[in-house]
Structure formats: C-alpha cells, structure tokens
Design a protein around this ligand. Structure first.
Ligand SMILES: [Mg+2]
Length: 261
C-alpha cells in the first residue's frame, strides 16, 4: 500500500467528514430516513415539551412566511382516521416537515427540529456516528506525533459533535482540537481556509486538509493549504487529471508524517 507523506512543516490536520472520515451514505441512508420514520412518534412523545413547542412554533412561522411569498406549500388533506385537534396539528407539522425534506429545503425551522430529533436518537443509542476503521487509530497516532486535529464539515458543529460524541467507537470528541462549519465560510472558497488558519493560529502551509471533494481541495490549495484527496467507496469518481494532480489515499493509515520525531 503506497504511503503519502505529510509535509514536515504540518502542525494541524483538517478533516472533512462525509466521504472522508465517514461513509458518504451516512447522512442520506441513516440520518434523513431516521427523521422520516420517527417524526410522528417524536412529535407525539414530545408535543407538550417546551423545546418541541418552540420547534413547532418556528415551523409555523416558516409556513406563514412561505404563504406570504406564495411559495408552493403542501395541501393538507387530513385523513378521516384523525380525530383530536392534537392529532390534526401533529399531522400538519408532519406534512410540512416531510414536504420540506422532499424539496431539500434548508430552513432554520427544519434544521432545528431535525437537530433535536438526532440529538435524542444519538443520546438514546438509536443512531451511532459511523467512522471508518482506520480513522481513530490514525488520529491517535498523529496526535502522538504532536499534530493538532480539526474538523471542517458543512454539517453544523452541533451535528459534528453528536456524530463523534456518539460514534461506533464511543465518545471520541477529545481527539479533536476544534470544529469548523460553514459559519466560517463555504468549503469551496479559499477565504474559508485562510480564516481557519488564522483561527487555529498557524500558516496555511502548516495545515494538511483531507477531503473527498476536489472543488474543496482546489479552494484549500489556493489558500496555500496542503491537500490530500481521500478515496472511499461510493465517493464521486475523480477525473484522470485530478488523479494525477492530487495525493490520494484510500485509508488514513497511508498518511505518514516525515521528518518529525
Ligand atoms: Mg466530503
């Protein structure tokens, strides 16, 4: 198995999640289906709780906003088996949430409810964050060599912490020195990597970024960050040019830090 050297000047590793530490299918095949399958049960169980009331309130404000802007909205065809007002109200919220998800909306109201449902699912052990087998041992090895390790994902910092706090390998949050999400900027913009370097307190050249997405790799490269492209099952195919241009690994264990004690 070919190894790839991390430059000796590297002080920090910056890791993407989906397609890098974690199968690209995790969100699509585990997290989103979980919402669809457990929405009714979750709303029924937590309906009277303050947090759930706030989530529902935010969703209703979103619906009003959508109507004002004449965006298409689901037609409520409440079925005849539903009797109480609460059941009707729950059914309306469900219709809206499922419709937003089908339309791939990214509203704050939707994200907030999803976040609360995932938190409950992780903390009760119904979902575990998937991490490739080579990830945790490699991070431990790098840390032993004095490197700092950070996460940069388009998933919120809160979602990142759930994934690694309740992972298949247990709570591994203490292996990370910090988390970044798109509040620092988009992953395809070179400015984001400059800001991350500034926040970490090092030069871009001292960071090695691991990602599966070449648009992100390109942006990081433009900022002066060293880049390694991670090839995992199900990731997007690379072009011949991309294969020739980037250092590639199929496992974190192929990365070797040279020139350090
Ligand atoms: Mg990715």
């Amino acid at each position: 198995m070919a190894t790839v050297s991390i430059p000796a000047c590297t002080n920090a590793l910056l890791l993407d999640i989906e397609g890098t530490t974690t199968p690209i299918t995790f969100v699509k095949d585990i997290l989103f289906p979980y919402i669809r399958e457990h929405l009714e049960e979750y709303l029924s169980t937590h309906w009277e709780e303050d947090e759930c009331k706030q989530d529902v309130h935010l969703l209703k404000k979103q619906i009003e906003e959508d109507m004002r802007q004449n965006r298409s909205c689901p037609v409520h065809t409440v079925d005849q088996t539903v009797h109480t007002d609460e059941e009707k109200a729950i059914r309306e919220v469900m219709d809206n949430v499922l419709w937003q998800m089908a339309a791939d909306r990214k509203s704050t109201a939707l994200k907030q409810l999803q976040g609360h449902m995932w938190r409950a699912a992780y903390s009760s052990g119904r979902i575990k964050g998937e991490v490739y087998q080579d990830v945790i041992p490699s991070i431990k090895r790098w840390r032993g060599q004095g490197l700092k390790v950070y996460i940069y994902s388009s998933g919120s910092v809160e979602a990142q912490k759930l994934l690694f706090g309740y992972s298949v390998e247990g709570d591994v949050l203490d292996l990370f020195d910090g988390h970044f999400d798109t509040s620092i900027g988009a992953k395809v913009e070179c400015k984001s990597y400059e800001r991350i370097a500034e926040r970490i307190g090092c030069q871009p050249e001292e960071i090695t970024f691991l990602t599966d997405v070449t648009r992100e790799a390109k942006a990081a490269e433009e900022a002066g960050v060293n880049v390694v492209v991670v090839v995992r099952p199900g990731n997007m195919e690379l072009t011949d040019d991309e294969r020739a241009h980037y250092d590639l690994v199929t496992s974190f264990s192929q990365l070797e830090l040279t020139g350090r004690a």
